[in-house]
Design a protein around this ligand. Structure first.
Ligand code: M6R
Length: 364
């Protein structure tokens, strides 16, 4: 049941510190903080390329992982939505591996993409929440997310546990490929273990988001911006909002703003920006200034240091806990989920069963 919560989605958002903790328990040795994966059916050191495919929110998890595998493990990654990948007839390298991400493990396009990769002799890995599912059964190795049942149609805890497993996998790949030294690995793996407590902090200070959501509930369009590994989080924020509040939203890489979408910006189109401190912060800060200079209402999520550097002019700023940039995409998923949730509540839409949508899409 929903316990003390009004909706399953709200309950599932609040379960995230616990289920990410459970997931970490099975992928990280919490004493040594070293990532420990099951025996792999492949050698990351010799892998020419990893191909990732999934749908919807699971695709965005894979898109974040592309940044991680490339930067930390120096592993070439291709990522595509499964409905495109399955028909592209993409050549796949000899000795390559393919990774499929799915909460249900039953999504038909993801399954078809898996079977295509199998026909191309790739090693098949999957990250699924339901290991007994067809995608799980057809994989050479299943890395389960321990999210527990997700009832709300809008995926929340499945997404952040997928990211958790992917972060661990990227670290394991980095080690196998000799791409990081022991000190860097220790630093990144301890960053992962800090995520549940940081999420708890976000959940305990969520009231400002209700006021922002109230404003958003009155508009027709919203833009979401991010850069680097936060770009997929902007896409996810936009998907979450349109899915449950029926407000039109688009996610953009902030650097693309001046190549088109900036024409949309005025006081009626709020711009939500995921802006953690990190290597791309200054670039993003100038994109924020471009937005504000055109009369846009910027809603900025950043940590204390970031907010100090951005200065005035935003419609709203929300302070996030300070965290290693590596795991920022996991943490910044939370305000995206909460904004969508409170906006839907303000509009009175059906949060758990949005119109026209099914929890798992088993027909093409
Ligand atoms: O069960 P799956 O993870 O394969 O489902 C994939 C998508 O259908 C799913 O993530 C969908 O986009 C969600 N409704 C998003 O909240």
């Amino acid at each position: 049941g929903k316990g003390n919560f009004r909706h399953f989605m709200q309950k599932e958002i609040h379960e995230q510190p616990a289920v990410i903790g459970d997931t970490l328990h099975s992928y990280v040795n919490l004493q040594t903080r070293a990532v420990t994966l099951p025996e792999m059916p492949l050698d990351f050191a010799a892998l020419p390329r990893l191909t990732i495919s999934a749908c919807g929110t699971a695709f965005y998890a894979g898109f974040v992982a592309k940044y991680w595998f490339e930067q930390i493990a120096r592993l070439p990654v291709e990522v595509d939505i499964a409905s495109e990948f399955r028909y592209r007839e993409a050549p796949m390298p000899e000795g390559g591996a393919a990774l499929f991400i799915s909460q249900s493990g039953e999504t038909i396009d993801t399954l078809a993409a898996l079977r295509y990769a199998r026909s191309q002799k790739q090693t098949i890995l999957s990250i699924v929440n339901q290991p007994e599912s067809v995608i799980g059964r057809e994989s050479d190795l299943v890395l389960p997310t321990l999210a527990g049942p997700e009832i709300g149609v809008a995926s929340t805890k499945a997404f952040t546990t997928q990211l958790t497993v992917l972060a661990c996998l990227a670290l394991a790949a980095a080690r196998a490929r000799g791409a990081i030294d022991a000190a860097a690995e220790a630093c990144l793996s301890s960053a992962i273990t800090e995520v549940p407590a940081a999420i708890t902090q976000v959940l305990e200070h969520a009231e400002p988001l209700e006021a922002i959501a109230h404003d958003i509930s009155a508009v027709r369009d919203v833009l979401f911006l991010g850069r680097g590994s936060l770009f997929p989080i902007a896409l996810e924020g936009a998907l979450k909002l349109k899915e449950i509040s029926y407000i039109h939203a688009e996610g953009y890489a902030a650097g693309e703003l001046k190549h088109g979408p900036i024409a949309l910006i005025d006081e009626d189109v709020p711009v939500v920006i995921a802006a953690p401190s990190g290597p791309l912060f200054d670039k993003l800060a100038s994109n924020i200034q471009e937005t504000i200079a055109r009369g846009g209402r910027a809603i900025i999520f950043s940590d204390r240091a970031g907010l100090e550097r951005i200065g005035d002019g935003a419609a709203y700023t929300v302070e996030m806990p300070t965290i290693d940039p590596f795991v920022a995409p996991i943490l910044y998923s939370l305000p995206m989920q909460l904004l969508a949730y409170y906006t839907a509540v303000a509009k009175g839409t059906d949060v758990d069963q949005p119109r026209n949508l099914a929890k798992s899409v088993t027909v093409e």
